[in-house]
Design a binder for this molecule. Structure first.
Ligand code: AMP
Length: 282
């Protein structure tokens, strides 16, 4: 596995791969601190593409001023070992200046509307930062397919819109949420949870399971489903809800009743740690 540090190197690799091997190129964008969720994306890329690049970049542009950019977990050596073990061809790990020549973003890709919904409401500018860095990665790597997790459902909606609007020739592939055995969605931020917070964090997946079983039992009304999920959080004194919402999967706008493909999404702070989870209601 090659470790590439600059956009130029990534571009050369991509072009050489395509011209020498006629390869399909898969890209897996990550912020590192890799875990089983990321591994599932890399495996999916490996299965679907002849050449695979994993990017590892803690993107300052997607963090707000009071968010956890500086303490975001970083584990470069372990990440390299995992990416290599999973058979990726390239790990792209640029510096901040390599991505943002002025030290910070000065040209942005923005998806107004969508980018202000769900996480975009409580994290203003977050999706602008995400869209900007992912566009830069797409321009450099020119992937045929890029792999993202359903866990970040709003991110997927924003990026799908970006790709459609910019007419980019990349297919967005969405992989299922990987969970710990007890149901907690795996996240790089789970390392911030104390044992008791981790137990409280199970409320997120518990709320989603309750909603799913109510829908299986015939309930369709958003208000009732949202109230049921909120009840589960209400008994946890150390959990602060950010949002509990039933939305259309592609517009992220609220829907009043469950329609096929509606997204039930939750975000909550457990102590200082913000966690997200969701389920697509079929
Ligand atoms: P991150 O490093 O947190 O920016 O995540 C990089 C990619 O991994 C994103 O597309 C995430 O949606 C995806 N991802 C993170 N956690 C999970 C998970 N538990 N299951 C599946 N995909 C995940």
């Amino acid at each position: 596995m090659q470790i590439l540090r600059t956009v130029g190197e990534l571009r050369c690799w991509s072009r050489a791969s395509r011209s020498r091997h006629g390869s399909t190129i898969g890209l897996v964008p990550t912020m590192g601190a890799l875990h089983a969720g990321h591994a599932s994306l890399i495996r999916a890329a490996r299965a679907a593409c002849s050449r695979v690049a994993v990017s590892l970049f803690v993107n300052p542009a997607q963090f707000g001023p009071n968010e956890d950019f500086s303490r975001y977990p970083r584990s470069f050596e372990a990440d390299c070992a995992l990416v290599e073990q999973l058979g990726a061809d390239v790990l792209f790990a640029p510096s901040v200046e390599g991505i943002y020549p002025n030290g910070q973003a000065s040209t942005f890709v923005e998806v107004p509307g969508l980018g202000d919904r769900l996480d975009g409401t409580s994290r203003p500018g977050h999706f602008r930062g995400v869209a900007t860095v992912v566009a830069k990665l797409f321009i450099a790597a020119e992937p045929d397919r890029a792999f993202f997790g359903q866990k970040d459902a709003a991110q997927v909606a924003v990026l799908r819109r970006m790709v459609a609007d910019l007419r980019l020739a990349v297919e967005i592939v969405v992989c299922p949420i990987v969970r710990d055995r007890d149901g907690l969605a795996i996240s790089s931020r789970n390392v911030f949870l104390s044992p008791s917070q981790r137990a409280q964090a199970l409320s997120l997946s518990r709320a989603l399971r309750r909603v799913e079983s109510m829908v299986a039992g015939g309930e369709r009304r958003a208000s009732i489903l949202i109230a049921a999920a909120q009840e589960i959080f209400a008994v946890e004194p150390n959990i602060r809800i950010d949002y509990v919402a039933l939305v259309d999967l592609s517009t992220l706008l609220p829907v009043e009743t469950v329609v096929p493909g509606a997204l039930f999404a939750v975000a909550a702070y457990v102590g200082e740690t913000r966690l997200i989870d969701n389920v697509i209601l079929r």
